[in-house]
Design a protein around this ligand. Structure first.
Ligand code: GH3
Ligand code: MG
Ligand code: MG
Length: 350
């Protein structure tokens, strides 16, 4: 289990490391430009401006209808967008980029022939990130491409890192839940273990005192289990323990109840909100059902099959009653059941 978590953790670290060095336009110093403009002449002009820049990769789309598709394909870090084109205008395209999950955050520089404040203001209103007049000055264009690309890539990396972290946290929570379950289960029988029983009983005692409700505990011990082990062997003993545990767990089926392995061949059943009558009735059923499993036990002095003895204790846990008191009471009752012939239950005296 722990090994799995460590492995997962290593894998996630590797995933993050792989992300750090990822290519495909996600390198902080590289810009991938997509120019969308119906005029070949403009494309040629921009291509020449950018051709000496090794960190800038240039792509051109002359058909505005294919712009979004092209952007999804080449993953630009910046889009240079012409405004006036046949059929679709530049603003409509900006809307299209923003609507698409894969292109919505890509910065867009509008390339316009007009230089009046109204046009500039409209461009920003419609979602453009920047505005340049055609054909732009070389130094200005390159500087803006780099600045916008860098900002975009930082944002992409941050989003990715957040996502990886969130996934990691979810996996860790799942592993913790799994671990929590494992630490409260008994390895041999698969039912709750002593640790879980102690914790559960402690909480239920507190609740019982708080809410003034009655709480019952049944302690169970397999009769003549030592001769069973000695004669049939330890492995057969384990199989028998598993059968008894499974049966007890199946019979006690209220969600609020707990069945746990208390020790070697001893079990505990905690019954919140259950009085002595209900607990006695259940103890009787448990005793009968285990007898009816008819697990052969030639060496029992009670009969020819495996049986159990049970001690029942019940109490409103008003202040002062500790889990140990309830256990002690149930234990005394259990030994009375043993003393008076086994294969039966006894109720603790008040
Ligand atoms: P009683 O009717 O008085 O309860 O007699 P008993 O023989 O059941 O009681 P005792 O406490 O003397 O023996 C309990 C035996 O349970 C001892 C041990 O061999 C067996 N035991 C305890 N834990 C395990 C286990 O995990 N696996 C197996 N196979 N046996 C176990
Ligand atoms: Mg015992
Ligand atoms: Mg026993």
């Amino acid at each position: 289990m722990l090994e799995n978590i460590v492995m997962e953790d290593k894998k996630n670290k590797t995933d993050l490391a792989a992300f750090d060095t990822q290519d495909a336009g996600v390198r902080l110093n590289n810009s991938v430009v997509l120019l969308v403009d119906d005029q070949q002449m403009v494309a040629e002009g921009i291509r020449r401006i950018l051709m000496d820049e090794p960190d800038i990769e240039f792509h051109y789309c002359g058909n505005p209808k294919e712009a979004v598709e092209k952007a999804i394909e080449i993953k630009p870090t910046i889009i240079l967008q012409d405004l006036i084109m046949p059929e679709i205008d530049g603003y409509t395209l900006v809307d299209e980029y923003r609507k698409n999950e894969l292109t919505k955050n890509i910065p867009v520089i509008v390339l316009s022939t007009r230089e009046n404040p109204e046009d500039k203001s409209l461009a920003f209103e419609r979602g453009a990130n920047d505005y340049l007049v055609k054909l732009p000055d070389k130094i200005e264009l390159i500087a803006r491409i780099r600045a916008h690309s860098k900002g975009y890539l930082i944002q992409v990396q941050r989003d990715e890192a957040y996502r990886a972290l969130r996934d990691l946290r979810i996996k860790l929570e799942e592993s913790n839940d799994e671990l929590q379950k494992l630490t409260s289960l008994d390895g041999l029988t698969g039912i709750a273990n002593r640790r879980r029983l102690d914790e559960f009983l402690h909480n239920e005692c507190l609740r019982s005192a708080r809410e003034n409700t009655v709480l019952s505990l049944i302690l169970i011990d397999i009769d003549y289990f030592k001769p069973y082990n000695d004669n049939y062997g330890h492995l057969a003993g384990d199989v028998c323990l598993r059968k008894v545990a499974t049966a007890l767990n199946e019979i006690v089926n209220r969600p609020a109840d707990l069945v746990a392995r208390y020790g070697g061949e001893e079990f505990g059943v905690i019954l919140p909100n259950t009085g002595i009558e209900g607990a006695s009735k259940l103890a009787e059923t448990l005793c009968r059902k285990i007898r009816e499993l008819a697990i052969p036990h030639e060496f029992s002095r009670v009969g020819k099959c495996v049986t159990i003895s049970l001690g029942v204790a019940s109490k409103v846990a008003c202040e002062g009653l500790m889990p140990a008191d309830l256990i002690k009471k149930a234990d005394v009752a259990l030994y009375e059941a043993k003393d008076s012939g086994r294969d039966r239950f006894m109720v603790a005296k008040e």
